[in-house]
Ligand binder design. Structure first.
Ligand SMILES: NC(=O)C1=CN([C@@H]2O[C@H](COP(=O)(O)OP(=O)(O)OC[C@H]3O[C@@H](n4cnc5c(N)ncnc54)[C@H](O)[C@@H]3O)[C@@H](O)[C@H]2O)[C@@H](O)CC1
Ligand SMILES: Nc1ncnc2c1ncn2[C@@H]1O[C@H](COP(=O)(O)OP(=O)(O)O)[C@@H](O)[C@H]1O
Ligand SMILES: [K+]
Length: 511
């Protein structure tokens, strides 16, 4: 699903209004009716006080329409207009009149006003600022936002948490509503998924307000949200008359004394994701452990006991995964550099492989094009330099990926795969996966997918999604703390199955 910018969302609004021949207040009515239906279907008339904080733009207008509908259905409401500007929008003014026609008289909050009491049992509707925010809220508005945050009331934000801009980090982090729930109009917003801005959103949901499909379909975006509908078409089915050669021969190069486990995990996940053959290249000390732990994997060793030197393999691998646990000894670094020079086919490079590239940027020119680099944030920083915000991080990663024609997988909650100026934001995974070795599992999976013929970009996007899904399925049996990297591997098969599971409703309808 595409992730649109604020400007593009305004265009979508305009285009919808023009195409359907409706007025902008009709679109607002439609949007706010969705908000009301969502609340009403959950509250079912419960006598709780709903305090609505409405700005003076269209986000505030949505809040006013919602207030009118709640009032019409007998809910106990208090409406506050946060009077932060004289430039009230037409649809705000129209709906203010309609609210007054229903005998609801809002409380106007100005700079001098006392802050209203909010009980922890109230429901707060936050409709102060929407996607039109373009500078820091004034201090008194920020103080009101702090007051809402301190209330402990359930806070439902309309479209976006107020104070959160769509294209940068907040000017003042404390002047942003911490939303319990965000009901966002139709389209996901990038800020929900970035570490610096996602913290303001606990849960979120999209409400379809019927924006012009043609506009949405034809407009190109810089980011895309990756869910099941996006990964299913990438899946490459196993063919009846295939054999192990059909699914490629992966070479996993890694390990040093005390870090052989990383290679075991990567080889195991590479096999489990479907690579036809897997060979590990290790220092000698890993031989017995590897042969015992994963019998399906073939093992080659270098000449040294405790670390990798001269990487020689007597076959042409379909794809190479390299870097986990290799350390940065001088002879390992030169073996890695020589190997990069020799290999022409795309690789998956992780961990110390990336750290070596950061220390020896000359080697970057030898990285085969279309290789996949899988840094966690620290490794990324070493590679592309420091950034001042998540937005700059993404821009720098895009520039780097374009310069070397590689795919960059920025790991974390909502891993983002960067290629060709675009970012693919993953939706699976959970904090249980913040555990030793889960990155090794991912690198094995991406390698194993490339071995089977997935392109580098598809392997990265599909692999990241499947890895997160396996983690989500794993966590349902172990809980967050006890999830181990091996549990993720144990659930790769179930994750594939889950991709093709019919949703329960469809099953019921069909049977
Ligand atoms: N996108 C859609 O499809 C729809 C959007 N609607 C609503 O419209 C919202 C956008 O409305 P607006 O464009 O009126 O913008 P907002 O309601 O977010 O903000 C109102 C105005 O305040 C001004 N402003 C920005 N930052 C400020 C600050 N720090 N202090 C004081 N004033 C500031 C700006 O001029 C801005 O236009 C959306 O978030 C959504 O809630 C819905 O009504 C209908 C459909
Ligand atoms: N909070 C989180 N939510 C979702 N996924 C996470 C979270 N923390 C880590 N992960 C995932 O776990 C993996 C961790 O990789 P990495 O840091 O390289 O671990 P290691 O080096 O121990 O193998 C990445 O795929 C990352 O996306
Ligand atoms: K809001």
């Amino acid at each position: 699903m595409k992730i649109f910018s604020a400007d593009q969302i305004y265009q979508a609004d305009k285009s919808t209004i023009k195409k359907e021949g409706i007025t902008s207040d009709e679109l607002m009515e439609r949007a706010a009716t969705q908000l009301f239906d969502w609340m009403h279907s959950r509250l079912r008339g419960t006598q709780v006080t709903v305090q609505l904080f409405c700005g003076i733009g269209n986000n505030g207008g949505d809040g006013l329409v919602l207030a009118r509908k709640l009032n019409e259905h007998g809910y106990s409401i208090k409406v506050h207009v946060v009077n932060y500007s004289d430039k009230r929008s037409d649809d705000f003014l129209l709906n203010l009149e309609r609210l007054k026609d229903g005998k609801v008289w809002p409380n106007f909050i100005n700079e001098e006003s006392d802050l209203p009491d909010i009980s922890p049992n109230d429901i707060v509707v936050d409709a102060i600022f929407g996607i039109g925010l373009n500078r820091s809220p004034d201090e008194w508005v920020g103080n009101l936002i702090n007051h809402i945050n301190a209330s402990q009331a359930f806070t439902l934000s309309v479209d976006v948490p107020s104070g959160l801009p769509l294209d940068r980090v907040p000017w003042e982090p404390s002047f942003v509503v911490r939303a319990s729930y965000v009901l966002t109009f139709q389209l996901p917003k990038l800020v929900f998924f970035l570490p610096q801005t996602g913290v303001y959103v606990n849960q979120w949901e999209m409400l379809d307000i019927g924006l012009d499909r043609d506009y949405l379909n034809r407009t190109q975006t810089h980011f895309e949200l990756i869910g099941r509908p996006e990964v299913l078409p990438l899946y490459r089915p196993r063919l009846k008359f295939s054999h192990k050669g059909t699914y490629g021969h992966s070479l996993i190069v890694g390990g040093s004394y005390g870090k052989i486990g990383a290679v075991q995990l990567a080889c195991n996940s590479c096999l489990t994701v479907g690579s036809g053959l897997v060979t590990a290249f290790l220092p000698k000390c890993g031989y017995d452990a590897m042969q015992t732990a994963v019998p399906e994997v073939m093992v080659l060793t270098g000449s040294r006991d405790r670390n990798i030197s001269g990487i020689e393999v007597p076959f042409e691998p379909t794809v190479v995964g390299i870097g986990i646990g290799i350390g940065q000894d001088d002879d390992t670094v030169s073996a890695f550099g020589a190997f990069l020079k020799r290999m022409g086919t795309p690789m998956v490079i992780d961990a110390d492989g990336l750290n070596i590239l950061s220390h020896k940027p000359d080697m970057l020119k030898d990285v085969p094009e279309m290789s996949v680099l899988t840094p966690h944030p620290k490794e990324l920083e070493r590679l592309i330099g420091k950034w001042s915000s998540d937005f700059e991080k993404l821009e720098k990663a895009k520039t780097f990926a374009a310069k070397y024609n590689v795919v960059i997988v920025i790991k974390g909650a909502h891993t983002i795969t960067i290629y060709n100026g675009k970012g693919y934001v993953n939706t699976t995974g959970n904090p249980g996966m913040a555990t030793a070795g889960s990155g090794d599992v991912l690198m094995g999976m991406i390698t194993g997918l490339m071995a089977q013929g997935y392109s580098s970009v598809d392997a990265a996007i599909f692999g990241v999604y499947l890895h997160g899904l396996a983690g989500d399925l794993g966590v349902s049996t172990t809980g967050y703390e006890a999830l181990r990297a091996s549990t993720i591997i144990d659930h790769i098969g179930k994750a594939y199955a889950e991709l093709f599971r019919q949703p329960e409703m469809e099953q019921n309808e069909n049977g």
